[in-house]
Each structure stands twice: as C-alpha cells, then as structure tokens.
Design a protein around this ligand. Structure first.
Ligand SMILES: Cc1cc2nc3c(=O)[nH]c(=O)nc-3n(C[C@H](O)[C@H](O)[C@H](O)COP(=O)(O)OP(=O)(O)OC[C@H]3O[C@@H](n4cnc5c(N)ncnc54)[C@H](O)[C@@H]3O)c2cc1C
Length: 409
C-alpha cells in the first residue's frame, strides 16, 4: 500500500479494525455484513503463524468450564459459525463431539464439564473407566480416568476461518490492508480516531483494536494487564491410520497430570495435560503439548520448536496417554501465544479513557471458538448497537487485583 492510498481510503471509513487474527477478521466480516464502511489492517498477511490463530483446528465446546458468563456468547457463536460457513460454502465447524478426560488430579475437569452442560440443559454422556476404554481404546490408562462426552462440540477450522471472514468481508466492500503495521492510535481533533501506520494514517469514526498478543506493546498499561504464554503444538504420524477419524477419535482435553506440575489451579486444563484432534488427512494428528507451555514476552519469545524436543515430549507426555501415535512429523512444531488476563477472562469493551476505541482481546487460550460472536460484539460496540450478549464481565477496566478465579460451572 502506498502512503497516499492509506490517507485517501482512511479518511472516510466508519470503523478501522487493527489486527486481523481470529477476532479482527470476524469483526471486519460482521461490520461489512451490516453495511458499515470498514477498513481492516494487519502487519502480516493473515492467516500467518506469528500470533495465536494458526494451525488447522481449534476445539469448540458448549461446556463452559470458564463460567456461566460465557454461555450466551457460545450460543451465539454456534449460530454464527453456521452463517459464516454458509456464506463461505465450507463447513468451518465440524460437530465431532468432544471428550473431557480427567484423572484423579486436582481439577475435576470432566465433572465440571458435566455440570456446565447440565446447567444449560444440554445432553452429555458420563463415561466411567470401562466405557471409556471400550469406546476410545486410543486413550491409555482408562482404568484411572473418567470422561464427559459433549456431543454438541467438535472442532473449527482455524486458518480457513480467517480466510473465509476476510474474503466475505472484502466481497461485501470492506478494505483489507495487508502488511500494514499500526504504530499508534490517537484521537482525531476533528472527531474519531487516527491510526498511524507505516503506510500513512487511517482515519475513522471508531477503531476496534484486536492485536492479540501485541496488546501489551501496542497499548501498554491501558487496560487489564495481560501476560503472554508460549504454547506449542505439532503433528504426529499415525502407526495405523484406522481409529483416528473424527467419528472414531473426537477432539479431547486430558487434564490428568503425569507429574505434579507447579501452578495447577482453576484454569489447569488450559495449560496442563494434553489436548488433541482427530486426523483430517488420514496420515497424522495434531496435538497440543500443554506441559511445554511457559510464560514469555514478545521480546524473549523463542519460535523454534526443534524435532528433538518433540521426540522428548512424545516420550513423556504422549506415549503414556495415547496408543498408536507415531513420530512427530518433521518440522511441524509451532509456537503459539496465549494472551492471558490475570483472571483468564476476555477483554472486550471501550478502552478506558478513549471511548472511540473498542478493545477485543486477551482471549487467554480459549477464544477461538467464540471468534464470530466476539467479532460481532466488537462490531456492535463500535457501531453503538445494543449487544446481543452481556459484555460487562469482559470490561477492559474491570477490577481484578490478582484475585484467584473460582468457577461457577
Ligand atoms: C496453541 C494454542 C491452542 C489453542 N487452542 C484453542 C482451542 O482449542 N479452542 C479455542 O477456542 N481457543 C484456542 N486457543 C486460543 C485462540 O486460538 C486465541 O484465543 C485466538 O486465536 C486469539 O485470536 P486474536 O485474534 O486475539 O489474536 P491473533 O490471532 O494473534 O491476531 C492478532 C493480529 O493482530 C495483528 N497485529 C498485532 N499488532 C499489530 C499492529 N501494530 N499493526 C497491525 N497488525 C497488528 C497480528 O499480526 C495478528 O494477525 C488456542 C491458542 C493457542 C496458542
């Protein structure tokens, strides 16, 4: 993009969206489908593998382990996954079900999932050790495990979602400025905001800031403080292709700890144990190696995931839990970032002190499943439309004061 172009197109846009990962791309789609003149910009060419939204898949579930405040948001998200899929002529959500598997560990995730589903009147199946072993023999150690199966969940196609949302937004008239970095966001003395970019200013009445893990550097100290966590995922070959289709092997989260990890608490399933997906191509499966997660910053982040580390993690984390999984597929290990608020809740709402800026961020390792609904919420707030779902629990200026979060599942 040339400098003059940004200045021209930016002058009369109603809403500018800064950052086009899962949240920003869906916000742009939501703005465009309601006829709002919008510009979205990203420092890379999304989807890309530098933030939080890369890889083939993400888990989606109705069991809201995070608390009741998420229930309306996930209900709306399921509707919008269907709508985006219809518009894109692609099943972006696959209802394969999801298994929550717990051991004798401290978190009781499987029972939390059951309580959460029962709370909202959705069906689920409780599986004891024998039933788990019979139905899902791929999972080792069933004698000491229990599980809850949520048939309404499954997985969404991550990078394809971003492509679909941006593609549909552009078709409906939105402008996407790729490889355009926002340097600062200021209030325009004429009203509205000016986003200074490396290609010139973009002016708009309102801005949505959805920069994910770049939040602490882009708007330091302006909202609930967030920290970054580096997680890694990789693909593993299958010894035998049978048994790992979406019908046979639903996505799972296992929070049984093989060694006592430090920091296990209310959000343990997000950072401990193992999580994974069925095979989509019949040759390999994707696993999220949660025990390798570590705090990080953008300055210190190591993006390399050596194959030797994956071999090690396979021996310590995968082999004791899964049967039939082969070697890590060479070079498939990726680092991916969680952006965590201290209470691990989202940050959605007006930026304190700058009401023409709506923050949509800090999705704390569990945001993708909500992306179309969060994008819609961002678009509602930026266009003064009454949100369909309560947004107060996610206010950027909320008091947190480092309290430990407890669940009301
Ligand atoms: C390994 C892993 C597994 C996960 N699994 C799940 C799961 O199973 N289910 C689930 O629901 N969630 C999951 N999550 C969480 C989910 O993926 C994230 O919540 C979500 O992707 C966050 O999206 P985002 O748009 O906020 O951030 P990002 O995707 O990082 O997007 C931010 C964008 O802003 C752009 N940007 C930043 N700064 C600037 C700037 N100054 N100028 C221009 N552009 C800028 C970046 O380039 C980027 O494209 C997982 C996350 C990880 C890391």
């Amino acid at each position: 993009m040339q400098r003059g172009v940004a200045a021209t197109v930016g002058d009369d846009c109603e809403v500018v969206v800064v950052g086009l990962g899962a949240m920003g791309s869906c916000a742009l789609w939501s703005l465009a489908r309601r006829g709002v003149k919008a510009i979205g910009l990203d420092q890379y060419d999304p989807p890309h593998d530098q933030g939080s939204s890369h890889g083939e898949t993400r888990i989606i579930r109705s069991a809201m382990l995070e608390g009741r405040q998420y229930a309306p948001l996930i209900r709306r998200a399921f509707e919008l996954w269907s709508e985006l899929g219809r518009e894109a002529s692609r099943a972006l959500f696959v209802r394969a079900g999801i298994l929550f598997i717990s051991g004798d560990g401290p978190t009781e995730m499987a029972s939390m999932a059951a309580r959460s589903l029962s709370d909202v009147g959705l069906p689920y199946e409780g599986l004891g050790p024998r039933e788990l072993a019979r139905r899902y023999p791929q999972h080792r150690g069933a004698a000491n495990l229990v599980a809850t199966f949520d048939p309404s969940g499954g997985f969404v196609r991550a990078e394809e979602t971003i492509l679909a949302a941006l593609g549909r937004a552009e078709e409906r008239g939105a402008t996407v400025l790729r490889r355009t970095t926002a340097l600062a966001i200021t209030s325009d003395p004429r009203g509205g905001v000016v986003v200074e970019t490396d290609n010139g200013p973009v002016r708009a009445r309102r801005a949505i800031v959805s920069v994910g893990p770049w939040l602490p550097t882009f708007l330091p100290g302006r909202a609930v403080p967030v920290t970054l966590e580096r997680q890694i995922f990789a693909y593993f070959e299958l010894d035998d292709l049978a048994g790992f289709t979406p019908e046979e092997f639903p996505p799972f989260i296992r929070d049984d700890l093989l060694v006592t990890s430090s920091g296990v608490g209310a959000h343990a399933w997000l950072s401990h144990g193992l999580s994974g997906f069925p095979s989509l191509d019949g040759t390999r499966i994707k696993l999220l190696l949660l025990e390798a997660g570590r705090p990080t910053t953008l300055d210190t982040l190591d993006r390399r995931v050596p194959d030797a580390l994956l071999e090690e993690l396979k021996a310590t984390e995968v082999d004791p839990r899964l049967m039939g999984v082969g070697r890590p597929a060479a070079g498939t290990g990726k680092a991916c970032l969680y952006t965590n608020a201290p209470d691990r809740d989202f940050i959605i709402g007006e930026l304190p002190g700058q009401p023409s800026v709506t923050l949509v961020s800090a999705c704390s390792g569990h945001g993708f499943k909500f992306a179309p609904a969060i994008g819609e919420l961002g678009a509602d707030l930026a266009t003064a439309t009454r949100p369909r779902v309560p947004v107060e629990p996610f206010a950027p200026g909320r008091a947190i004061s480092g309290r430990a979060v407890s669940y009301q599942p």
